[in-house]
Design a protein around this ligand. Sequence first.
Ligand SMILES: Cc1cc2nc3c(=O)[nH]c(=O)nc-3n(C[C@H](O)[C@H](O)[C@H](O)COP(=O)(O)OP(=O)(O)OC[C@H]3O[C@@H](n4cnc5c(N)ncnc54)[C@H](O)[C@@H]3O)c2cc1C
Length: 464
Amino acid sequence: MTTKRHHVVIIGSGFGGLFSAQALKKADVDVTLIARTSHHLFQPLLYQVATGVLSEGEIAPATREILRRQKNAQVLLGLVDDIDLSAQVVKWRFHDEYQETPYDSLIVATGAGQSYFGNDHFAQYAPGMKTIDDALELRARIFNAFEVAEFTEDEEERRKLLTFVVAGAGPTGVEIAGQIRELAAATLRKDFRSFDPASARVILVDGADQVLPPFGPKLGKATKKKLESLGVEVQLNSFVTNVDDSGVEVKRKDGTTDRIECFCKVWAAGVQGSHLGQTLAEQSGVELDKAGRVLVEPDLSLPGNPNVFVIGDLMSYPDVPGMAQGAIQSARHAADIIAARAEGRDVPGAFHYFDKGSMATIAKYSGVAKIGPLRITGFIAWIAWLFLHLLYIAGFKQRVTTLLSWTISFVTNGRSQRVVTNQQLVGRLAIEELGPHSSGRLIRGTVPGAVDGADAERINPLKK
Ligand SMILES: Cc1cc2nc3c(=O)[nH]c(=O)nc-3n(C[C@H](O)[C@H](O)[C@H](O)COP(=O)(O)OP(=O)(O)OC[C@H]3O[C@@H](n4cnc5c(N)ncnc54)[C@H](O)[C@@H]3O)c2cc1C
């Protein structure tokens, strides 16, 4: 008679999900990884997809390819709607086909999405930067702004097209602002006849009194200076209070208000824990922090549920930042506990985070890094950033092609990924109009018993 092995379900294929699956490779367990995308996304380089430096494939290899040699792991593509803690079941669906997967141990690594601080309607005018869809939509908006500026005869409209506003001066905001400016001033320099692309305004807006607040005042100051030398206008102590199709409204700390007319906006201002945090909170009574992240026990388990772990960007743990290292280290800790329990070994105790530092690029040949007591700016920080990011991109092929794309882009100022399609531009609106239950048929035709449109709400087994 064969005994069933301990079954670990992991939700999410980001740093947390993937690294916990890999950490369980040699453990006496079976692993099922369920994620709503079939790829493992390297989010730190999304801004390079948005600005045409890299292709989406270079930063998002297929999860099942990464795990193909890991015999104890199965990868399933699906969106988790619900977790039943008392029945130990994960409820998920692939479009309109519903599935239930039982678990012995569960790792929830669904990360965080963009927060518009209660103004979700801003999203259609100012996409965030969390997914490949976001980056491709932004790429379409950025490059199309230059395209329309080439043929419009209305000077006022051209000014709006050539003004780009980035909300949020954290690493993502700084990086995308620097890139749009480099794109305009260097890459596109000779490509247009009706205007000079270098005249494009890039405005970085933040309510804080410095850029890159977590990096401290010295690096914040150096970054601001470098951005300004590139031509980025940095507006600090300024809160975005409204966003519409043709502009952004800003309120300064001194009480004055302003409107910036612009078509292309990028939202890089806040994060909100995945909705599964709320699901866990409702069932276990656990607290969420202000950003909707789950306050976990010292061993990263969900209070009252020692076999359920919340890791990465969805967990709230003292002094652990929402960064790749936080996700990777918490993933390995949760996996170690699960493996030790399954194999009857001593179980590790509390999680201890090791801070390896933070880095950001500002532009070509220029970065900032904070490593322990060290504060580094300029070329050395940039090289360190390149090296580390290359190291953490999953997959040999992806590393080689990324290095090649970077070399082309740094040496020639050229960008090989300037393709923009209508689907990139209109996808968000089309999906909203079609509704969440419309797309399964595109893959398998009409699935017998599948739910459609309004019926979905009625038939959805999760609603029972
Ligand atoms: C633009 C950007 C730049 C960044 N730059 C840096 C940087 O330079 N350095 C650094 O250290 N960190 C950086 N970060 C942060 C870093 O990427 C995150 O901390 C890290 O990705 C968190 O990993 P995670 O696994 O917790 O979440 P994620 O990587 O977000 O993964 C979440 C996973 O869960 C899946 N998922 C979500 N909801 C569901 C659901 N309901 N059902 C099924 N699957 C679901 C998603 O598809 C995804 O696979 C950056 C983040 C962004 C967005």
